[in-house]
Design a protein around this ligand. Structure first.
Ligand code: NDP
Length: 342
């Protein structure tokens, strides 16, 4: 069983040398009644927040960290889809397709019940259930509809807009009847947003020197909703351009994950005078919305109203470079590693 781990805690931007591929022998059989399940991993999710789990924290910081730290040497857990190859648990049979907490490896041995569910793929590719029909999709859906609480015609700005969550926020917002502008880090991504995903406009933030005036150009009448995936200077520039009663959903702050000194410092007096609501959220708080999200998104996929955007790497050994690519802006859409064929 080959799996990827970190050699030691990661500080700053992740590099290939931070990771190693390890192997341990694994017998693909279990005693009935042991309650364990062995899953052959098929597709696993690659997510930016994992970098925060790879850092070494002082004990005071640890309390504010929502996810448990990754221990160097141990397999890195993540959401994924796989196939049961052995089961000592009466709830699962060999051959079942399942989704749950798997790892960056070829197999996952699952000991606790509740970490795994049988997956009804509903005729969609299994990879969709790791991204657009999984947590990325729920993040975009709940973050936009429940946290931003949009009105038709709202002017919406999305950062990291060609990424897994961002592209879906833009697509949901367009379908709902908002005016949507996204930013991303390359010409190719900007073209994709405008030409394939239906964004009203998009720009390459790397080509802009003064983000406040850039946003003024794209939103001459101000921004009503900001779906923030990046934090940093962009958040500061957005607050400057926000309308009265504007809303900021802070989904993530990727520009701050690899730079411990960096903090968005928006002008708080703007927040006061404009009565701006800034709300952080976690997709996991919206599991009650999952059924609604899933049926809506499946309908949109079937009717072609939403385009899936996936970026799939092959093989367990590609997990480190897949992960690193997120911080270099090299992914387009949901980053997934395909570990094996079904
Ligand atoms: P993405 O697919 O969006 O990949 C990350 C993207 O972020 C890159 O492609 C890059 O695109 C952009 N980026 C990387 N570094 C920087 C930087 N320094 N400054 C600005 N942009 C940068 O990842 P996800 O869609 O999975 O995640 C997007 C955000 O949502 C992250 O912050 C993540 O932590 C958060 N998240 C939060 C969840 C929640 O429950 N709150 C759940 C899932 C994700 P570009 O070309 O635009 O630079």
């Amino acid at each position: 069983n080959r799996y990827v781990t970190i050699k030691s805690h990661v500080d700053g931007a992740p590099q290939e040398s931070d990771f190693e591929l390890k192997a341990t022998p694994l017998a693909l059989s279990l005693d009935p009644g042991s309650n364990e399940v062995i899953v052959k991993n098929l597709y696993v999710s690659i997510d930016p927040y994992q970098i925060n789990r790879m850092k070494s924290y002082s004990s005071s910081q640890k309390n504010s960290d929502f996810a448990v730290g990754i221990i160097p040497g141990e397999a890195i857990d993540t959401y994924g889809v796989g196939k049961v190859v052995a089961s000592g648990n009466p709830e699962f049979d060999k051959g079942d397709i399942v989704a749950g907490l798997l790892n960056w490896g070829e197999y996952t041995v699952i000991k606790a019940s509740g970490m795994l569910n049988k997956l009804n793929h509903m005729g969609f590719p299994l990879s969709y259930h790791v991204g657009i029909l999984g947590f990325s999709g729920l993040t975009a859906y709940a973050g936009f509809f429940e946290v931003c609480k949009p009105k038709k015609g709202d002017k919406v700005f999305v950062s990291a807009a060609s990424g897994s969550v961002g592209n879906l926020v833009g697509q949901f917002a367009k379908l709902f009847g908002c005016y949507v502008v996204g930013c991303a880090g390359s010409k190719e991504k900007v073209a994709l947003l405008k030409e394939k995903l239906g964004f009203d406009d998009a720009f390459n933030y790397r080509e802009e020197t003064d983000l406040k005036s850039t946003l003024k150009r794209y939103f001459p009448n101000g921004i009503d909703i900001y779906f923030d995936n990046v934090g940093g200077e962009m958040q500061e520039a957005v607050i400057d351009n926000m309308n009265i009663n504007g809303k900021v959903a802070v989904c993530g702050v990727i520009s701050e994950y690899t730079d411990n000194e960096k903090r968005a410092a928006p002008r708080m007096i703007d927040v006061v005078y404009k009565r701006i609501k800034i709300q952080g959220f976690l997709a996991g708080d919206y599991l009650n919305n999952f059924a609604d999200f899933l049926s809506t998104t499946c309908d949109h996929l079937r009717t072609g109203k939403i385009q899936p955007l996936e970026d799939i790497s092959d093989g367990v050994e590609s997990a480190p470079s897949a992960f690193i690519s997120l911080f270099r802006g090299q992914n387009i859409g949901k980053k997934i590693v395909k570990i094996a064929e079904e």
